[in-house]
Design a protein around this ligand. Structure first.
Ligand code: ZN
Length: 241
């Protein structure tokens, strides 16, 4: 079975539609979304509709949760907070209804799907250290766990007591090893590559492959300007940070 796993779309419809167009030209498979469908970008409703239509598994992201008014955004930086307030204003009842149905975690062998961390999905922690990674490996039972949240494509591998990190674009799952794979971000990449990021995962060969998709950044930025979204958020799409 093929899974196409994407995350952190952040209201960027141009990036999402370009990604799905590319997936549609590839082998048949199931599309999975790891959350943060909205927040930052200019098209939250279009993104909700397309995700609802095309993704078979969708989990809740912190920006989705915040847009629903279900969490305190005071720990968000000022740009994220402003963007959430803007998103709350334009979200349709239909988008809101869709986002409210999203679970925090979905398990579909051989993988667990969650936005932030399998340890405490509703706390939105980042897996930024070996110590946190070690704790997280104890908190899911499948061989693979796919996450988003940091917008950094990276694979954390646990084999016996050893934990390693790899930035390789292709990783084959090995027997006896377990993986936490961050699929990167479709709508706001932060690893210096401006293209949308997603992962193709083959559950038979256990091959995980990072893919990058070019999309019309200028068009997205124009929409953001019209929507009066903060200049910082507009510019960061051009640098991928
Ligand atoms: Zn995000």
């Amino acid at each position: 079975m093929i899974y196409y796993i994407l995350s952190d779309i952040h209201g960027n419809y141009d990036a999402l539609s370009a990604t799905i167009e590319e997936i549609d030209m590839d082998e048949p498979g199931h599309i999975i979304c790891l959350g943060d469908i909205v927040g930052y970008g200019p098209d939250p409703n279009d993104c909700c509709m397309l995700v609802q239509k095309r993704c078979e598994i969708v989990v809740m992201g912190n920006h989705d949760y915040a847009a629903l008014g279900k969490m305190d955004t005071s720990y968000f930086n000022v740009f994220a907070r402003e963007a959430i307030a803007w998103t709350q204003d334009i979200l349709t009842p239909k988008s809101r209804a869709f986002l409210s149905t999203l679970p925090f975690v979905v398990v579909r062998e051989p993988a667990t799907f969650v936005h932030s961390s399998p340890m405490e999905p509703e706390k939105w922690d980042y897996i930024f250290s070996y110590g946190t990674a070690r704790l997280n490996f104890q908190r899911f039972n499948t061989q693979f766990c796919f996450v988003g949240h940091s917008h950094q494509p990276i694979v954390i591998v646990q084999e016996g007591s050893k934990i390693e990190v790899t930035l390789e674009p292709v990783v084959f799952g090995r027997n006896g090893a377990r993986y936490i794979t961050n699929v990167g971000s479709v709508g706001q990449p932060r690893d210096g590559d401006t293209r949308a990021s997603y992962v193709k995962f083959n559950t038979d060969s256990l091959k995980m492959e990072y893919r990058r998709v070019q999309y019309n950044i200028a068009r997205t930025q124009e929409k953001m300007r019209k929507a009066k979204i903060h200049q910082y958020l507009i510019e960061r799409l051009t640098v991928g940070q």
